[in-house]
Design a protein around this ligand. Structure first.
Ligand SMILES: [Zn+2]
Length: 378
Protein backbone atom coordinates (compact mmCIF):
# COMPACT_ATOMS: atom_id res chain seq x y z
CA UNK A 1 0.00 0.00 0.00
CA UNK A 2 2.74 2.37 1.06
CA UNK A 3 4.67 1.49 -2.10
CA UNK A 4 1.61 2.04 -4.30
CA UNK A 5 1.00 5.45 -2.70
CA UNK A 6 4.63 6.41 -3.22
CA UNK A 7 4.46 5.39 -6.90
CA UNK A 8 1.22 7.36 -7.36
CA UNK A 9 2.80 10.54 -5.93
CA UNK A 10 5.96 10.12 -8.05
CA UNK A 11 3.84 9.57 -11.18
CA UNK A 12 1.72 12.65 -10.48
CA UNK A 13 4.60 15.07 -9.95
CA UNK A 14 6.49 13.56 -12.92
CA UNK A 15 3.55 14.24 -15.23
CA UNK A 16 2.11 17.41 -13.64
CA UNK A 17 5.17 19.13 -12.24
CA UNK A 18 4.92 21.13 -9.01
CA UNK A 19 1.75 20.11 -7.16
CA UNK A 20 0.52 21.15 -3.71
CA UNK A 21 0.10 18.53 -1.02
CA UNK A 22 -3.60 19.45 -0.91
CA UNK A 23 -3.97 18.83 -4.66
CA UNK A 24 -2.11 15.52 -4.34
CA UNK A 25 -4.44 14.43 -1.54
CA UNK A 26 -7.53 15.40 -3.54
CA UNK A 27 -6.30 13.96 -6.85
CA UNK A 28 -5.15 10.64 -5.39
CA UNK A 29 -8.01 10.39 -2.87
CA UNK A 30 -5.60 9.95 0.01
CA UNK A 31 -5.83 11.66 3.38
CA UNK A 32 -3.44 14.46 4.26
CA UNK A 33 -1.46 12.53 6.83
CA UNK A 34 -0.77 9.75 4.29
CA UNK A 35 0.38 12.31 1.73
CA UNK A 36 2.59 13.95 4.34
CA UNK A 37 4.35 10.71 5.27
CA UNK A 38 4.85 9.70 1.59
CA UNK A 39 6.16 13.14 0.62
CA UNK A 40 8.44 13.31 3.69
CA UNK A 41 9.98 9.97 2.69
CA UNK A 42 10.41 11.05 -0.96
CA UNK A 43 12.02 14.33 0.17
CA UNK A 44 14.41 12.42 2.48
CA UNK A 45 15.40 10.25 -0.52
CA UNK A 46 16.04 13.32 -2.71
CA UNK A 47 13.22 12.50 -5.14
CA UNK A 48 11.17 15.65 -4.47
CA UNK A 49 11.64 19.01 -2.77
CA UNK A 50 9.00 20.93 -0.86
CA UNK A 51 8.57 24.68 -0.85
CA UNK A 52 6.09 27.34 0.19
CA UNK A 53 3.69 28.37 -2.60
CA UNK A 54 4.70 31.52 -4.47
CA UNK A 55 2.43 34.58 -4.38
CA UNK A 56 0.12 33.02 -1.85
CA UNK A 57 -2.69 35.10 -0.38
CA UNK A 58 -5.20 34.61 2.39
CA UNK A 59 -5.11 33.23 5.88
CA UNK A 60 -4.55 29.70 7.12
CA UNK A 61 -1.66 27.31 6.84
CA UNK A 62 -0.30 27.09 3.30
CA UNK A 63 -0.23 23.74 1.51
CA UNK A 64 3.41 22.94 0.68
CA UNK A 65 4.24 22.55 -3.01
CA UNK A 66 5.91 19.27 -4.04
CA UNK A 67 8.33 19.48 -6.99
CA UNK A 68 10.20 16.55 -8.61
CA UNK A 69 14.03 16.61 -8.51
CA UNK A 70 15.05 16.20 -12.16
CA UNK A 71 18.25 14.32 -11.32
CA UNK A 72 16.65 11.86 -8.91
CA UNK A 73 16.27 9.56 -11.93
CA UNK A 74 16.88 10.12 -15.61
CA UNK A 75 16.40 8.17 -18.81
CA UNK A 76 17.97 8.26 -22.25
CA UNK A 77 15.67 9.28 -25.11
CA UNK A 78 16.91 8.48 -28.61
CA UNK A 79 15.42 9.61 -31.90
CA UNK A 80 16.68 7.93 -35.03
CA UNK A 81 15.27 10.02 -37.86
CA UNK A 82 15.99 10.01 -41.54
CA UNK A 83 18.88 12.48 -41.66
CA UNK A 84 19.90 12.81 -38.02
CA UNK A 85 20.36 11.12 -34.64
CA UNK A 86 19.47 12.75 -31.32
CA UNK A 87 20.34 11.36 -27.89
CA UNK A 88 18.98 13.20 -24.85
CA UNK A 89 19.02 12.82 -21.07
CA UNK A 90 15.52 13.44 -19.72
CA UNK A 91 15.04 13.87 -15.99
CA UNK A 92 12.18 13.14 -13.61
CA UNK A 93 9.49 15.69 -14.51
CA UNK A 94 10.23 15.45 -18.23
CA UNK A 95 12.84 18.21 -18.59
CA UNK A 96 15.80 17.69 -20.94
CA UNK A 97 19.01 17.67 -18.81
CA UNK A 98 21.42 17.32 -21.70
CA UNK A 99 21.40 16.54 -25.39
CA UNK A 100 23.80 15.21 -27.95
CA UNK A 101 23.16 15.88 -31.61
CA UNK A 102 24.96 12.65 -32.41
CA UNK A 103 25.39 13.50 -36.05
CA UNK A 104 23.77 12.80 -39.39
CA UNK A 105 22.18 9.47 -40.28
CA UNK A 106 22.62 8.46 -43.87
CA UNK A 107 20.44 5.95 -45.64
CA UNK A 108 21.67 2.37 -45.32
CA UNK A 109 23.63 3.31 -42.19
CA UNK A 110 25.21 0.23 -40.56
CA UNK A 111 23.13 -0.51 -37.40
CA UNK A 112 26.23 -1.39 -35.35
CA UNK A 113 27.84 1.96 -36.23
CA UNK A 114 24.69 3.77 -35.11
CA UNK A 115 24.54 1.73 -31.88
CA UNK A 116 28.16 2.71 -31.17
CA UNK A 117 27.32 6.39 -31.58
CA UNK A 118 24.36 6.07 -29.19
CA UNK A 119 26.53 4.26 -26.61
CA UNK A 120 29.21 7.00 -26.86
CA UNK A 121 26.54 9.66 -26.33
CA UNK A 122 25.17 7.79 -23.28
CA UNK A 123 28.70 7.64 -21.79
CA UNK A 124 29.19 11.36 -22.39
CA UNK A 125 25.83 12.25 -20.82
CA UNK A 126 26.52 9.97 -17.82
CA UNK A 127 29.88 11.68 -17.26
CA UNK A 128 28.29 15.11 -17.58
CA UNK A 129 25.50 14.32 -15.08
CA UNK A 130 27.65 12.22 -12.75
CA UNK A 131 25.17 9.32 -12.68
CA UNK A 132 23.85 6.46 -14.76
CA UNK A 133 20.50 6.51 -16.58
CA UNK A 134 17.73 4.14 -15.48
CA UNK A 135 16.41 3.08 -18.90
CA UNK A 136 16.33 3.98 -22.59
CA UNK A 137 13.48 4.73 -25.02
CA UNK A 138 14.06 4.86 -28.78
CA UNK A 139 11.93 6.37 -31.56
CA UNK A 140 12.39 4.83 -35.01
CA UNK A 141 10.74 5.58 -38.37
CA UNK A 142 9.63 2.03 -39.15
CA UNK A 143 7.75 -1.10 -38.14
CA UNK A 144 8.94 -2.15 -34.68
CA UNK A 145 8.19 -5.37 -32.80
CA UNK A 146 7.35 -3.99 -29.37
CA UNK A 147 8.38 -7.08 -27.37
CA UNK A 148 12.11 -6.91 -28.16
CA UNK A 149 12.67 -3.83 -30.33
CA UNK A 150 13.30 -5.70 -33.56
CA UNK A 151 13.05 -3.29 -36.49
CA UNK A 152 10.96 -5.31 -38.88
CA UNK A 153 11.24 -2.77 -41.64
CA UNK A 154 12.45 0.84 -41.85
CA UNK A 155 12.38 1.69 -45.57
CA UNK A 156 13.80 5.19 -45.13
CA UNK A 157 16.83 3.80 -43.28
CA UNK A 158 17.11 0.82 -45.62
CA UNK A 159 16.82 -1.58 -42.65
CA UNK A 160 14.95 -4.85 -42.34
CA UNK A 161 15.01 -7.30 -39.41
CA UNK A 162 17.54 -5.33 -37.36
CA UNK A 163 17.55 -6.38 -33.64
CA UNK A 164 18.06 -2.78 -32.52
CA UNK A 165 16.68 -3.28 -29.00
CA UNK A 166 19.06 -6.14 -28.27
CA UNK A 167 22.06 -4.36 -29.82
CA UNK A 168 21.46 -1.20 -27.75
CA UNK A 169 20.86 -3.19 -24.54
CA UNK A 170 24.12 -5.09 -25.05
CA UNK A 171 26.09 -1.91 -25.82
CA UNK A 172 24.77 0.14 -22.89
CA UNK A 173 23.64 -2.37 -20.25
CA UNK A 174 20.28 -0.58 -20.05
CA UNK A 175 16.71 -1.79 -20.40
CA UNK A 176 15.74 -0.55 -23.88
CA UNK A 177 12.26 0.05 -25.30
CA UNK A 178 12.02 0.72 -29.04
CA UNK A 179 8.83 2.08 -30.61
CA UNK A 180 7.59 3.56 -33.86
CA UNK A 181 8.07 7.34 -33.90
CA UNK A 182 4.37 8.08 -34.61
CA UNK A 183 3.23 5.92 -31.69
CA UNK A 184 5.61 7.92 -29.49
CA UNK A 185 4.35 11.19 -31.00
CA UNK A 186 0.84 10.14 -29.93
CA UNK A 187 2.05 9.23 -26.44
CA UNK A 188 3.86 12.57 -26.05
CA UNK A 189 0.78 14.59 -27.06
CA UNK A 190 -1.27 12.51 -24.60
CA UNK A 191 1.16 12.97 -21.71
CA UNK A 192 2.64 16.43 -22.29
CA UNK A 193 1.03 18.00 -25.36
CA UNK A 194 -2.34 19.11 -26.71
CA UNK A 195 -4.24 15.97 -25.62
CA UNK A 196 -3.46 15.92 -21.88
CA UNK A 197 -6.46 14.65 -19.94
CA UNK A 198 -7.78 13.07 -23.16
CA UNK A 199 -7.81 9.27 -23.06
CA UNK A 200 -9.03 8.66 -26.62
CA UNK A 201 -7.06 10.25 -29.40
CA UNK A 202 -5.72 9.66 -32.87
CA UNK A 203 -2.39 11.25 -33.85
CA UNK A 204 -1.65 11.73 -37.56
CA UNK A 205 1.60 12.99 -39.01
CA UNK A 206 2.67 13.69 -42.58
CA UNK A 207 6.44 13.58 -42.98
CA UNK A 208 7.18 12.15 -46.43
CA UNK A 209 4.74 9.31 -45.67
CA UNK A 210 1.77 9.26 -43.33
CA UNK A 211 2.21 7.94 -39.80
CA UNK A 212 -0.28 7.47 -37.04
CA UNK A 213 -0.67 6.48 -33.43
CA UNK A 214 -3.81 5.61 -31.49
CA UNK A 215 -4.46 5.90 -27.77
CA UNK A 216 -7.73 4.34 -26.66
CA UNK A 217 -8.95 4.37 -23.08
CA UNK A 218 -5.58 5.87 -22.08
CA UNK A 219 -3.66 2.92 -23.55
CA UNK A 220 -1.52 2.88 -26.68
CA UNK A 221 -2.97 0.51 -29.32
CA UNK A 222 -0.06 -1.66 -30.44
CA UNK A 223 -1.71 -4.73 -31.97
CA UNK A 224 -0.45 -8.32 -31.75
CA UNK A 225 3.08 -7.58 -32.99
CA UNK A 226 3.27 -3.86 -32.19
CA UNK A 227 2.61 -2.83 -35.79
CA UNK A 228 -0.83 -1.25 -35.36
CA UNK A 229 -1.50 2.30 -36.49
CA UNK A 230 -0.15 2.13 -40.05
CA UNK A 231 -2.98 4.40 -41.09
CA UNK A 232 -1.14 5.66 -44.16
CA UNK A 233 -1.73 2.32 -45.85
CA UNK A 234 -5.49 2.16 -45.45
CA UNK A 235 -6.83 1.44 -48.92
CA UNK A 236 -8.91 4.42 -50.09
CA UNK A 237 -8.73 4.31 -53.91
CA UNK A 238 -8.84 1.13 -55.90
CA UNK A 239 -7.40 2.73 -59.07
CA UNK A 240 -4.99 4.93 -57.11
CA UNK A 241 -1.31 5.66 -57.46
CA UNK A 242 1.43 3.18 -56.62
CA UNK A 243 2.48 3.47 -52.97
CA UNK A 244 6.06 3.01 -51.69
CA UNK A 245 4.77 0.05 -49.64
CA UNK A 246 4.18 -1.89 -52.87
CA UNK A 247 0.38 -1.56 -52.88
CA UNK A 248 -1.87 0.86 -54.77
CA UNK A 249 -4.29 3.57 -53.68
CA UNK A 250 -3.15 3.80 -50.06
CA UNK A 251 -4.30 6.87 -48.12
CA UNK A 252 -0.68 8.04 -48.15
CA UNK A 253 -0.77 8.43 -51.96
CA UNK A 254 -3.62 10.95 -51.55
CA UNK A 255 -2.51 12.85 -48.44
CA UNK A 256 1.28 12.26 -48.11
CA UNK A 257 3.88 14.97 -48.75
CA UNK A 258 3.85 14.38 -52.52
CA UNK A 259 0.07 14.82 -52.68
CA UNK A 260 0.22 17.97 -50.53
CA UNK A 261 2.92 19.40 -52.79
CA UNK A 262 0.78 18.79 -55.88
CA UNK A 263 -2.24 20.32 -54.12
CA UNK A 264 -0.41 23.66 -53.74
CA UNK A 265 0.96 23.57 -57.30
CA UNK A 266 4.50 22.32 -56.60
CA UNK A 267 6.23 19.32 -58.20
CA UNK A 268 5.79 16.02 -56.30
CA UNK A 269 9.38 16.14 -55.05
CA UNK A 270 11.57 19.03 -53.94
CA UNK A 271 12.80 20.91 -50.88
CA UNK A 272 10.49 20.77 -47.85
CA UNK A 273 11.19 24.48 -47.25
CA UNK A 274 9.43 25.39 -50.54
CA UNK A 275 6.30 23.53 -49.45
CA UNK A 276 6.28 25.15 -46.01
CA UNK A 277 6.78 28.60 -47.59
CA UNK A 278 3.87 28.03 -49.97
CA UNK A 279 1.59 26.91 -47.13
CA UNK A 280 2.51 30.04 -45.13
CA UNK A 281 1.89 32.24 -48.20
CA UNK A 282 -1.56 30.72 -48.75
CA UNK A 283 -2.44 31.15 -45.08
CA UNK A 284 -1.33 34.78 -45.07
CA UNK A 285 -3.19 35.49 -48.29
CA UNK A 286 -6.43 34.66 -46.52
CA UNK A 287 -8.22 33.86 -49.81
CA UNK A 288 -10.27 30.66 -50.20
CA UNK A 289 -7.88 27.74 -50.75
CA UNK A 290 -7.36 26.57 -54.35
CA UNK A 291 -9.61 23.77 -55.64
CA UNK A 292 -6.75 21.26 -55.52
CA UNK A 293 -6.23 21.93 -51.81
CA UNK A 294 -9.97 21.56 -51.15
CA UNK A 295 -9.80 18.20 -52.93
CA UNK A 296 -6.77 17.28 -50.76
CA UNK A 297 -8.89 18.17 -47.72
CA UNK A 298 -11.63 15.79 -48.92
CA UNK A 299 -9.17 12.90 -49.17
CA UNK A 300 -7.86 13.78 -45.73
CA UNK A 301 -11.45 13.80 -44.44
CA UNK A 302 -12.14 10.38 -45.94
CA UNK A 303 -9.42 8.75 -43.84
CA UNK A 304 -10.09 10.82 -40.72
CA UNK A 305 -13.81 9.98 -40.99
CA UNK A 306 -13.01 6.26 -41.19
CA UNK A 307 -10.75 6.53 -38.15
CA UNK A 308 -13.37 8.45 -36.16
CA UNK A 309 -16.05 5.90 -37.03
CA UNK A 310 -13.72 3.07 -36.07
CA UNK A 311 -12.14 4.48 -32.90
CA UNK A 312 -14.46 7.22 -31.57
CA UNK A 313 -11.64 9.55 -30.44
CA UNK A 314 -12.29 12.80 -28.60
CA UNK A 315 -9.41 14.51 -30.40
CA UNK A 316 -7.54 14.04 -33.68
CA UNK A 317 -4.07 15.63 -33.51
CA UNK A 318 -2.34 16.70 -36.72
CA UNK A 319 1.46 16.72 -36.74
CA UNK A 320 4.30 17.38 -39.18
CA UNK A 321 3.22 19.02 -42.43
CA UNK A 322 -0.43 18.45 -41.51
CA UNK A 323 -0.05 20.96 -38.67
CA UNK A 324 1.07 23.54 -41.27
CA UNK A 325 -1.74 22.66 -43.68
CA UNK A 326 -4.54 22.34 -41.10
CA UNK A 327 -5.74 25.99 -41.13
CA UNK A 328 -6.12 25.79 -44.93
CA UNK A 329 -8.16 22.59 -44.97
CA UNK A 330 -9.96 22.70 -41.63
CA UNK A 331 -13.29 23.89 -43.11
CA UNK A 332 -13.35 21.11 -45.72
CA UNK A 333 -12.19 18.62 -43.12
CA UNK A 334 -14.82 19.64 -40.54
CA UNK A 335 -17.65 19.51 -43.07
CA UNK A 336 -16.72 16.13 -44.55
CA UNK A 337 -15.72 14.45 -41.29
CA UNK A 338 -19.04 15.53 -39.77
CA UNK A 339 -20.90 14.08 -42.76
CA UNK A 340 -18.93 10.83 -42.51
CA UNK A 341 -19.51 10.45 -38.78
CA UNK A 342 -23.24 10.92 -38.33
CA UNK A 343 -23.53 7.68 -36.42
CA UNK A 344 -20.40 7.80 -34.29
CA UNK A 345 -20.64 11.45 -33.35
CA UNK A 346 -24.20 12.60 -33.91
CA UNK A 347 -24.02 15.67 -31.66
CA UNK A 348 -20.48 16.80 -31.02
CA UNK A 349 -17.82 16.67 -33.70
CA UNK A 350 -14.45 15.36 -32.69
CA UNK A 351 -11.87 18.14 -32.04
CA UNK A 352 -9.32 18.58 -34.86
CA UNK A 353 -6.20 20.22 -33.44
CA UNK A 354 -2.57 20.83 -34.48
CA UNK A 355 0.24 19.13 -32.56
CA UNK A 356 1.52 21.14 -29.58
CA UNK A 357 4.96 19.51 -29.42
CA UNK A 358 5.90 19.55 -33.10
CA UNK A 359 9.16 17.87 -34.02
CA UNK A 360 10.12 17.22 -30.38
CA UNK A 361 7.18 14.81 -29.86
CA UNK A 362 8.91 11.49 -30.69
CA UNK A 363 11.90 12.27 -28.44
CA UNK A 364 9.63 13.21 -25.49
CA UNK A 365 7.52 10.11 -26.17
CA UNK A 366 10.67 7.95 -26.12
CA UNK A 367 11.49 9.36 -22.67
CA UNK A 368 7.97 8.64 -21.40
CA UNK A 369 7.98 5.03 -22.57
CA UNK A 370 11.27 4.58 -20.69
CA UNK A 371 9.94 6.30 -17.56
CA UNK A 372 6.76 4.19 -17.57
CA UNK A 373 8.77 1.15 -16.54
CA UNK A 374 10.79 2.77 -13.75
CA UNK A 375 8.48 5.26 -11.98
CA UNK A 376 7.13 2.56 -9.66
CA UNK A 377 10.63 1.78 -8.39
CA UNK A 378 11.84 5.32 -7.66
ZN1 LIG B 1 0.98 1.88 -48.97
Amino acid sequence: MRRANRAAVVRTVHLRGATSRAALAAGLELNRSTIKSVVDALAADGVVVESLPVGRQGAGRPSMVVTPCPRAAWVVAVEIAVGWLTVAAVGLGGGVLGQRGAGPVRREVDPSELVGRVADAVSALSAELGSRPSAMGVAVPGLVRASDGLIRRAPNLGWSDVPLGELLAAATGLGVLVRNESDLGALAEHVRGCARDVDDLVFLVVDVGVGGGVISGGVSIDGAGGYAGEVGHMAVRRDGRACRCGSHGCWETEVGEGALRRAVGLPSEGPRSHLRRELVRLRNEGAPPPDELVEYGRWLAMGVGNLVNLLDPEVVVFGGLLADALPLVVDTLTEHVAAACLLARPTALVALVPSALGASGPLLGAAEVAFAGILDGI
